[in-house]
Design a protein around this ligand. Sequence first.
Ligand SMILES: Cc1cc2nc3c(=O)[nH]c(=O)nc-3n(C[C@H](O)[C@H](O)[C@H](O)COP(=O)(O)OP(=O)(O)OC[C@H]3O[C@@H](n4cnc5c(N)ncnc54)[C@H](O)[C@@H]3O)c2cc1C
Ligand SMILES: NC(=O)c1ccc[n+]([C@@H]2O[C@H](COP(=O)([O-])OP(=O)(O)OC[C@H]3O[C@@H](n4cnc5c(N)ncnc54)[C@H](O)[C@@H]3O)[C@@H](O)[C@H]2O)c1
Ligand code: SF4
Ligand code: FES
Length: 830
Amino acid sequence: MKQRLVMVGNGMAGVSFVEQLLKLNPNRYDITIIGAEPYPNYNRIMLSSVLAGDSSMQDIILNDWDWYRDNRITLHAGESVTAIDSAAKQIVTDKGAVIPYDELVLATGSLPYMLSLPGADKEGVIAFRDIKDCETMIETAKRYRKAIVIGGGLLGLEAASGLIHLNMEVSVVHKHGHIMERQLDWAASRMLQDELERQGMRFLLQKQSNAILGDARVSGLRFQDGTEEAADLIVMAVGIRPNVRLARVSGIEVNRGIVVDDYMQTSAANIYAVGECAEHRETTYGLVAPLYEQGAVLAKKLAGIAVDGYKGSVVSTKLKVSGVHVFSAGRYADGPGTKALRVQDDLEGVYKKIVFEHGKVVGAVLFGDTSESSKVYSAIRSGEDYSGREKEILFGGAGSPGGGGRSASPIDLAAAMNGDEIVCGCNGVAKETIVAAITERGCVSIGEIKACTKASGSCGACKPVVEALLAATIGSEQVAPVKEGICGCTPLTRDDVVEAIRRMRLRTTKEVMHVLEWSNPEGCSKCRPALNYYIGMLYPKEHEDEPESRFVNERNHANIQKDGTFSVVPRIYGGVTTPEDLKKIAAVAEKYHVPLVKITGGQRIDLLGVKKEDLPNMWKDLDMPSGYAYGKALRTVKTCVGNTFCRFGTQDAIKMGIDMEKKFERLNTPHKVKLAVSGCPRNCAEATIKDLGVVAIDGGWELYVAGNGGMRVRAADLLTKVKTEDEVLEWTGAYLQYYRETANFGERTSEWSIRVGLETIKKALANQEDRDALNERIHVALGQTRDPWKQIVENDDLRNAFEALTAPLSIEAAASNESGAAHNEGGGQA
Ligand SMILES: Cc1cc2nc3c(=O)[nH]c(=O)nc-3n(C[C@H](O)[C@H](O)[C@H](O)COP(=O)(O)OP(=O)(O)OC[C@H]3O[C@@H](n4cnc5c(N)ncnc54)[C@H](O)[C@@H]3O)c2cc1C
Ligand SMILES: NC(=O)c1ccc[n+]([C@@H]2O[C@H](COP(=O)([O-])OP(=O)(O)OC[C@H]3O[C@@H](n4cnc5c(N)ncnc54)[C@H](O)[C@@H]3O)[C@@H](O)[C@H]2O)c1
Ligand code: SF4
Ligand code: FES
């Protein structure tokens, strides 16, 4: 007869243990699981992603009901164990079931820590721990506007980011002077705060909460210093504590967690504990990677396989907020006997700190560029001695493909990784396991690798490295394109959606969401702006733009700044101005007390610190066109002086640039587009890091495309050489329209070109007929555009509507994406 294995808790750690046990010895036990939550095992980590609109509840189910049935596991979902009788070897549930066991595993996880403030029991005060909390936040955001998150740790920041995506105004209350103080040093924390403020998060630092205000429902929070902050929702994210209640009442030894030995055994015979509830060598964990390591040890032990005991884990974390790259591992703080290697690049927003002790890496913080995270994490785990060659960890050795770090491609970096380097921290999957899945088990997509190895199946932070490994192993051209829904509201891809809009002639975002059966009928911050763009791109004449589906900067026709003021950037064609325009700008700057006037990298003049109510009057007084420094649109055409004044110049770069800017201004594009024209190959206008750059040569022009001078620098590729200015305009029009029609919304030309391939772009533009057709379509789109500043100034209704606009920071944050492509989105830089 089989032995009876009973597990209390149906969460990530427990079920991972059961999966591993089933692989090792599938027939040894009759398994029963009792889980208090009424769901099958789901990915708690991904609740942040559900809140951010990137996944649906369905997406995060790890083991569906069929999995339990197929593995002959009896599941009591929505039922709690209330007592353990270790003498009789049985447990009792709140529904009166008495279940005998031979081996019992406690996997009861943690409970969120709730501050015991007066008023904490009011409606609208919640934690962020489970599906129910997530649903409450989504529902609340439909009816209320202001949220406070107490706690600026990982959970608090992910909750705050999600709430911003749900259109709420969010303040994060933190008791320390810098956020994520448990994971980041001051420098990285400050850079993170700046970035999150840019995304619309407000911070109230060094604040001690004192009381929750309101009647039945929360209306605000009072602090110990007497100040108050209004709120319709308060989310407490101030840490967790292991859920030890059941163990304690059952007489099992409990400290902070349930005390276990190296084999996860508790003080009671045949009773084990695994996951966040367990305390091993006086340590409890709150991240999945160590919990899976514990589960692996326990699975071997209960499968009857000899196993070295669990020795504890080195933890590493990544914050899961779109557009933010932060990594922290081990002992990152300076201390006696430690030395740190620091690299700080304020221009690129990159900070790296590696802490060494006796030549070994003991901790690290990476901000802005986390490409070395798996290497650093492996170094900490392996304890390799780097004495005398410490800098190799960031800069690589001589001739190393990773040498110089930032310039090597992700594929080169992946190829240069050691086989035993951990790629997926959540699931403890090393490079060699992923490579074996590709070469030996024939995996050719991320989905297949996930199914074979679990890599990328939890927080998803390792997905870019897994993708790069796949490309490095089988060649990038062989990699099957990943089909992903455009957001958590639909499983349909961008191409599916665009095709459906075209085929069914859908004209509004609401119509698309309804007809294509969006799971969230209101859509989310990710899909609404995308749909608005796609419909406008397909039906430029008929489409009525939906301002409510645009990012806050686009709704305000100005870039919002960290203090809530705006920046105003008038158009200055080709970067060439006149004394008259300069006088107008100076007069406006003085009249409206503009605190900062700055020349931008795109050769424009940026008036920073403007109050929202002053915007329409400023636009009127300026009487210049909008520079679109805030939009997914043509931003600037930067020019050098060309042959007008420069003795090296071979062509008139200024005229070319002005002609281009006048022709394509106001064009809506999937992401911002920057152009440049240089008058000779010396390239003073830096045309080869632009979305489209034109460089004069003897007797003609070279057109470069898909460059990027932002967070991920990319040199542009040569598209073609032409002889005349008309041809430059013709190729530019065709190229921009092809980008408009085929790129994903939010995709810069640099990413788009890598995805679709330069050859595809060249082929699409090779024939005169195709270029003509593309130009015809772009002319129709350009024919519909109007200057937004002028429209508001001249039309009272529009002006009133603008003034009534309350400008929630709603969908601004979605402008950022994993690639960091929108890094400059809100900065006011033209
Ligand atoms: C929003 C969010 C984001 C996160 N992101 C990350 C991340 O990016 N990376 C990372 O590593 N970690 C992350 N974590 C932490 C990670 O989710 C946890 O470490 C992990 O889920 C813990 O697993 P567990 O099985 O120990 O506990 P849990 O997942 O809490 O499971 C325990 C289960 O036991 C049930 N239970 C408790 N008592 C009883 C009882 N008496 N009877 C029956 N059932 C009972 C509970 O209801 C619960 O369902 C995140 C957590 C949250 C909330
Ligand atoms: N990306 C990730 O890895 C991730 C994401 C979410 C959650 N988690 C895990 O979930 C668990 C819970 O996360 P967490 O962020 O709540 O825990 P935490 O303990 O890491 O952070 C809590 C934060 O709240 C602050 N705080 C405590 N009391 C406060 C008060 N009275 N007022 C204001 N601030 C206060 C603390 O200073 C701390 O920074 C952790 O184990 C975490 O590792 C991980
Ligand atoms: S790119 Fe050539 S033409 Fe233009 S300013 Fe530089 S040297 Fe002169
Ligand atoms: S690191 Fe989280 S899924 Fe791989």
